[in-house]
Write a protein that binds this ligand. Sequence first.
Ligand SMILES: *[C@@H]1O[C@H](CO)[C@@H](O)[C@H](O)[C@H]1NC(C)=O
Ligand SMILES: *[C@@H]1O[C@H](CO)[C@@H](O)[C@H](O)[C@H]1NC(C)=O
Ligand SMILES: *[C@@H]1O[C@H](CO)[C@@H](O)[C@H](O)[C@H]1NC(C)=O
Ligand SMILES: *[C@@H]1O[C@H](CO)[C@@H](O)[C@H](O)[C@H]1NC(C)=O
Ligand SMILES: *[C@@H]1O[C@H](CO)[C@@H](O)[C@H](O)[C@H]1NC(C)=O
Length: 304
Amino acid sequence: MSETPEKHVSKRGCLKSKRSRFLLAAVALIVIIAAVVPAVVVTSLRKKNNSMGPKAKVFVPLYVYPAPEAWSPLENVISAHPDVNFTVVINPGNGPGPNALPDANYTREIPKLTAYENVRLLGYVHTTYATRNVSSIRKDIQTYADWPTNSSNPNLAVRGIFFDETPQQYEPQTLKYLQGLTDFVKDLEGLGPNQFVSVVHNPGAVPDSRYLATADSTVVFEAAYNTFQERQGAKLFTDITDSNRTQLCAIVHSVPQEVEGKSLRSLVKEVRKVADEVYITHLSTDYYASFGNKWNEFVDLMAA
Ligand SMILES: *[C@@H]1O[C@H](CO)[C@@H](O)[C@H](O)[C@H]1NC(C)=O
Ligand SMILES: *[C@@H]1O[C@H](CO)[C@@H](O)[C@H](O)[C@H]1NC(C)=O
Ligand SMILES: *[C@@H]1O[C@H](CO)[C@@H](O)[C@H](O)[C@H]1NC(C)=O
Ligand SMILES: *[C@@H]1O[C@H](CO)[C@@H](O)[C@H](O)[C@H]1NC(C)=O
Ligand SMILES: *[C@@H]1O[C@H](CO)[C@@H](O)[C@H](O)[C@H]1NC(C)=O
């Protein structure tokens, strides 16, 4: 009998120590979980929130008349963000305008922009869906190319051409027309060293993919916020996103005022996924004639 209690004790002791070891292990586990899980969750949340996806250039259809100070909102963000590249389209008169040089406001303001290394200026030329007379288009392009010599100012210059109103539907003669214009631009002296000269097309929507190679970049979206949401919902961009993102530009206007802060952040992130050049504005009329009230917020998100 004297042995039994001992056994009991020892058994109990054994049980007790098993139980306490289990408890200890459980407590340790809880402590580890409590310590590690929040850290993991917080880290992954932080990663998720901070990641804005691929970097993209700010694309600016600068159809703002350069009255004194009118381009300051652009100059301010350009100098504040030397790590962000800006592609800026100027349009003095539905193209370079009728004269050899644009007016004195333009000749004063353009060299200020081209002085920045993170700016690439493009001259606006319309093609009226590839129906415009090629000689008239060439004349416009040549006018831009002659600016530096005609003004004796090397900084009064563009580094490429933005062709507005290019077609979406494929036609063999249209491909030739567009390729011919691109060759003309690339061969011109006056637009700078060949490899730095850009050609941008604006069909405003995803064109036949055979046209993509005739430009350095193509505007595959130029429409309102609601339309972007619809096309995104319809996964319209997914086909081209992966292979050709660096050749794409997207312009989203008429963004509702309530899309700000976090929701503007996710919009910028979505558009950056689609295209390597991005413009987003809250203006819903004359989208490009001034800077919207969330212009700075947009550029900050492009820099993030
Ligand atoms: C420059 O812009 C100002 C303000 O719009 C205007 O009054 C002036 O006439 C312009 N100068 C030229 C040379 O067009
Ligand atoms: C900006 O442009 C420079 C020079 O072309 C290039 O090296 C750099 O990668 C560009 N950065 C972005 C974010 O596009
Ligand atoms: C384009 O315009 C030029 C000069 O005005 C003219 O000689 C030429 O025939 C026109 N070309 C076409 C295809 O209309
Ligand atoms: C500038 O262009 C005008 C008009 O085309 C021309 O008459 C003039 O000779 C040009 N000046 C220079 C320096 O190229
Ligand atoms: C991507 O770009 C290349 C060269 O510009 C072109 O040949 C190809 O068709 C494009 N791919 C798609 C899916 O559009």
